[in-house]
Design a protein around this ligand. Structure first.
Ligand SMILES: [Zn+2]
Length: 449
C-alpha cells in the first residue's frame, strides 16, 4: 500500500489505480515509456503539492518514493529501512534485469570468471554480499554450484533412487564440462574431498601454474562438499574435519522462511590467495540447503521440502503405472533478454523502455511425464508458503507468466495458509487431491489402468 502526504502530517492512501500506475512505471518489473507516461500526472500532482509517497511494505512506513522533475520518483532507502523484498519497489527495473540475468542458466561454453586480479576485486566482493533474497544478484560462486547441480540431474528425481554419494559424484563430475576462467578447465582446480584440502592447498601453485590464466583474473580453485552445517565461520564436513572460510559464507534462503538446522548443505568454496604474499585458502563460500541426508536435491525452503515430500510419495505410489520425474529448477525460465550475461546497456534500456523489466521466473517444481510428444501432461507446482498479501500479489502476477514461459503448462498450488477455514492437514490433502486428479486425467488419456 502507498500513502501520500508530508512527513509528520496525516497521510492519505493512494488509490488502487494510481498505485498500479506507479508500480508499472517505477516498480521492479516496470519502467516502460508508456507506463511512465501513464504515471506522470500522479507524480506531477504529488510534487506540486510538496508531497512524498510512503510505502507501507515494511512496518515503519518510512520507505520513501520522492517525486522529482514532475515525472519520476527517487527511491530513498538505507539498509535499516528498506522495502520488503517482495515489494514491487524493492529494486528498480535495471537492477531487476541484472538479478534476472544472474539467475539464467550458465552456458557451458563460457568460463565462469569468478575472480578478478588483486587490484580489481571490488565487483566480486560486492556481489558476494548475500544470496538471501530475490533482490540480490546470484553470486558467481553460486552460479557455479547451480550449473553443476542442474547439469548433473541432481534437481530431477525419477522413481529410481540414487544414493547421496552417487548424487555427489555426479555433481562433481560435471566439472569436466566447465571452464573456470579463460581456457582454464574447472576439473583440475576442483577439490571435492575436504580431508584432502591441505594437500590441495600445498600443490595449489604448482597446479595453477600449468594453465594460462586470462589477464585481469587471479589463480583460483573450487572446493565442493556436503556440509553438515555452518559454524563459527567454518563449513563442517564431519566431526573431525572443518573448513575455515576467511571471508563471508552466504547461506541461501529467505530471512522469513523457517529453516531446518539438521539438514545438510551443498557447499561451494572459492580457493585463492587474499594477497600476492598470502597462502591460498578458502576465501568465501556459498551454501545451499539440501532436501535431506538421503537426498541432496537443492531446495529453497522448508515449505518446498514439505511440498516435495508429498510429490515424492505420490511418485512412488504411481511408479510402474505412470512414471514421472520431479524437477526442482534453480534457474530462471524466462525467454526475454536472451543472452545470459552479455549486457549491452543501450539494448537493455531500449527493451525496458519498450516492455518494462522481466520478472524472475523460477517454478518451484515441474512434473515431467516423458520426452518428445510424451511431455503432454507436464505441469508445475507452486508452493504458497507465505500468507502476506505482498507475497501473494507477486505469485498472482508471476505464476501465469511462468506457465507461459514453460510453453503453456498448467499448474497446481500447494497453499499452506488458505482456505482459512481449513486445517493445515486439510490444505495438504487438497494439494494431494489436486495432483492426483491431474495424474488420473493423464492416465485416462493414455488409457492406463
Ligand atoms: Zn515497499
Amino acid at each position: 500500500m502507498l500513502l501520500v502526504g508530508k512527513r509528520g502530517e496525516k497521510l492519505t492512501e493512494v488509490s488502487g489505480d494510481d498505485t498500479k500506475r506507479l508500480i508499472l512505471a517505477f516498480g521492479r518489473e516496470g519502467g516502460s515509456t508508456f507506463a511512465r507516461r501513464n504515471a506522470k500526472l500522479v507524480v506531477e500532482t504529488t510534487q506540486n503539492a510538496g508531497h512524498w509517497f510512503f510505502c507501507t511494505c515494511n512496518q515503519d512506513r518510512d520507505t520513501l518514493l520522492v517525486p522529482y522533475e514532475y515525472a519520476y520518483v527517487h527511491r530513498r532507502i538505507n539498509s535499516s529501512n528498506s522495502h520488503h523484498h517482495d515489494c514491487p519497489f524493492a529494486i528498480d527495473p535495471l537492477r531487476q534485469l541484472a538479478v534476472v540475468r544472474s539467475m539464467r542458466p550458465h552456458p557451458p561454453e563460457k568460463a565462469f570468471n569468478i575472480l578478478s586480479a588483486f587490484a580489481s576485486d571490488r565487483g566480486a566482493q560486492e556481489e558476494d554480499r548475500t544470496a538471501r533474497t530475490n533482490t540480490v544478484r546470484r553470486s558467481k560462486l553460486a552460479r557455479v554450484l547451480v550449473a553443476l547441480a542442474e547439469s548433473s540431474g541432481l534437481q530431477k528425481q525419477t522413481s529410481v533412487a540414487t544414493s547421496i554419494s552417487e548424487q555427489f559424484n555426479l555433481v562433481a563430475k560435471q566439472a569436466e564440462k566447465y571452464k573456470l576462467a579463460g581456457d582454464v578447465p574447472l576439473k583440475p582446480m576442483l577439490c571435492k574431498y575436504p580431508p584432502k584440502l591441505t594437500e590441495f592447498l600445498r600443490d595449489f601453485d604448482e597446479n595453477a601454474r600449468r594453465f594460462t590464466w586470462p589477464k585481469g583474473s587471479r589463480e583460483h580453485g573450487i572446493l565442493l562438499l556436503k556440509a553438515l552445517c555452518v559454524e563459527n565461520g567454518s563449513l563442517v564436513f564431519s566431526n573431525q574435519v572443518r573448513v575455515p572460510v576467511a571471508g563471508p559464507i552466504a547461506i541461501f534462503g529467505r530471512d522469513d522462511a523457517p529453516r531446518r538446522k539438521d539438514r545438510p548443505y551443498l557447499a561451494i568454496g572459492l580457493i585463492a590467495k587474499q594477497s600476492q604474499s598470502s597462502p591460498p585458502e578458502v576465501i568465501r563460500a556459498y551454501v545451499h540447503p539440501c532436501y535431506s541426508h538421503d537426498n541432496l536435491m537443492l531446495v529453497d525452503s522448508n515449505y518446498e521440502r514439505e511440498t516435495f515430500k508429498y510429490l515424492s510419495t505420490i511418485q512412488a505410489e504411481y511408479s510402474g503405472r505412470l512414471d514421472f520425474e520431479i524437477e526442482k529448477p534453480l534457474s530462471d525460465v524466462g525467454k526475454r533478454f536472451e543472452q545470459a550475461e552479455d549486457a549491452i546497456p543501450e539494448r537493455d534500456n531500449q527493451e525496458i523502455e519498450a516492455r518494462g523489466a522481466p520478472p524472475i521466473l523460477i517454478p518451484d517444481f515441474i512434473l515431467r511425464f516423458g520426452k518428445g510428444d510424451q511431455h503432454a501432461g507436464d505441469f508445475f507446482v507452486e508452493t504458497m508458503g507465505f500468507r502476506s498479501s505482498i507475497y501473494r500479489a507477486v505469485k498472482r502476477r508471476v505464476v501465469p507468466e511462468m506457465a507461459q514461459a514453460l510453453g503453456g503448462l498448467e499448474w497446481v498450488e500447494h497453499d499452506f495458509h488458505f482456505p482459512r477455514d481449513k486445517t493445515p492437514q486439510q490444505r495438504h490433502e487438497n494439494f494431494r487431491t489436486d495432483v492426483r486428479s491431474k495424474l488420473a486425467d493423464l492416465m485416462r488419456k493414455r488409457s492406463i489402468r
